[in-house]
Ligand binder design. Structure first.
Ligand SMILES: C[S@@+](CC[C@H](N)C(=O)[O-])C[C@H]1O[C@@H](n2cnc3c(N)ncnc32)[C@H](O)[C@@H]1O
Length: 261
């Protein structure tokens, strides 16, 4: 892929060593996704950011270096010690705090963060209708929740709508993937956020090409790279969704708490 094209769309991410980014991205190139997302986020030095499902924490390092924010790098499956070693090697130990925790049982105070950022991880837990109300508890008033992930360009309602190239893998890897408008509705119906951005990632085509190229380079089998290379109609894409916390009170349905009343 032309380096100039990448530099033009992703000037910040292009400054990082491509081999380092490739080795530490657990899905698509995490810095391309993140740079696209942060173009629409009002991040300022000193803000507190939760990088949820941070994987190998290079997104957290990027956020600290590029925006001067303090980042809690949270992932349930990646060792906090390994992430800390990477954070120290990047000289970000004063600004990035690594933590192993489940996105559904977070150890933070309410209204603690200015922004919650989730790159290529939200589909693991966020399709649950009750997840947005849960995670919004940790956002300050007016704070942003921002996700970048994979989407479809048209919603699959029934199995006969699954395109031929996805049929073999659909019920393993794809049944929880949705369109941008599906996600927008999921968030808007709660009234807890004002959706500010719901659109394809800038450079979605570059993200796709880079992903296929990275897997070819590593000679690895990957169902996702396979699907992207078979997808001639661009049925699979990448999106960003950003919501600003409204003043609406959060109601989390909790049977145990209700039965004690
Ligand atoms: C595809 S990887 C993406 C990682 C990183 N954001 C990146 O783009 O390289 C998804 C990450 O989500 C994390 N994850 C999945 N479910 C989680 C949960 N319930 N709580 C915290 N992290 C979770 C996984 O451990 C994994 O590191």
């Amino acid at each position: 892929m032309a380096a100039q094209q990448l530099q033009h769309v992703f000037p910040k991410a292009s400054r990082y060593d491509p081999e380092w980014v490739r080795r530490h991205s657990m899905g698509e190139n995490v810095l391309l996704n993140l740079e696209s997302l942060t173009k629409d986020l009002p991040l300022k030095p000193g803000m507190r950011v939760l990088d949820l499902g941070c994987g190998k924490a290079i997104s957290s390092i990027f956020l600290a270096k590029e925006f001067g924010v303090t980042v809690w790098a949270v992932d349930e499956a990646i060792s906090a010690s390994d992430n800390y070693a990477r954070i120290c090697a990047a000289g970000c130990q004063q600004q990035v705090i690594p933590l192993e925790a489940d996105a559904r049982a977070l150890p933070f105070a309410e209204e603690y963060f200015d922004a919650v950022i989730v790159v290529d991880s939200y589909t693991y837990f966020g399709t649950d209708e009750k997840y947005l109300p849960y995670i919004c508890r940790f956002l300050k008033p007016e704070g942003r929740i921002a996700i970048a992930d994979v989407c479809f360009t048209s919603e699959i309602e029934t199995l006969d709508q699954v395109p031929a190239f996805l049929q073999q893998d659909y019920q393993h890897y794809w049944y929880f993937i949705h369109t941008i408008s599906w996600w927008r509705k999921l968030w808007e119906k709660t009234g807890l956020v004002q959706v500010e951005v719901a659109q394809a990632l800038d450079g979605a085509e570059l993200v796709r090409k880079q992903y296929i190229q990275d897997f070819e380079h590593q000679h690895k089998q990957d169902p996702f790279a396979k699907a992207l290379s078979l997808d001639k109609q661009q049925f699979i894409s990448f999106f960003k969704l950003i919501g600003r916390r409204t003043g609406k009170t959060i109601y989390l349905q909790d049977y145990k708490a209700e039965s004690k009343k």
